[in-house]
Design a protein around this ligand. Sequence first.
Ligand code: G3P
Length: 219
Amino acid sequence: MKFFIDTANLAEIREAQDLGVLDGVTTNPSLMAKEGITGKDNVMRHYKQICDIVEGDVSAEVIGTTFDEMISEGEELAELDEKIVVKVPMIKDGVKAIKYFSEKGIRTNCTLIFSAGQALLAAKAGATYVSPFVGRLDDVSTDGVALIEQIVMIYRNYGYTTEVLAASIRHPMHIIQCAEVGADVMTGPLSAITALLNHPLTDIGLAKFLADHKKASSK
Ligand code: G3P
């Protein structure tokens, strides 16, 4: 399972990269706004900085919602760095744009996926990644992990190469459940990734090992 971090915060991206388990980064307009990154030049510079930190794919989302706008923005983003994956919303012009990018060899991440039908359309259009939002489905009393399982099954049935990127991950159990049902990738906050480290028996066990070692060494 690939681990992506879902943030535009450079310090968090560096910390995840330093941990040695990071496979990429996903961003969205809300995450960029949270870091105060506005204006085209600043946005492009920020994406470049992210690409310079990580070794894997970096999803950068288009703001335009018409085919022409998405093509023009997406081509510019793709030229910025070979790590860039153009993130496109699941709307009619978005599907057309994904098809266009796929034919031009530009990689895409189809975002705001909330149903299996949307995921099927994105795969048919040639998306590199599809991003179903697990946490936001859970927020409205709908099983987000069940959607991941459904999409994984559909893609396997037909051999689609589109990778299932479980997005809107909120906590470590989401990561584990998405791994169980075969998500190719998960993207979540640093807190969800580092929470995987924790187990009280590990802490208790380590404290005992060190205490026993200290006792024996002082004899
Ligand atoms: O980047 C898309 C998705 O991961 C957003 O997550 O937590 O805002 O629902 P969240």
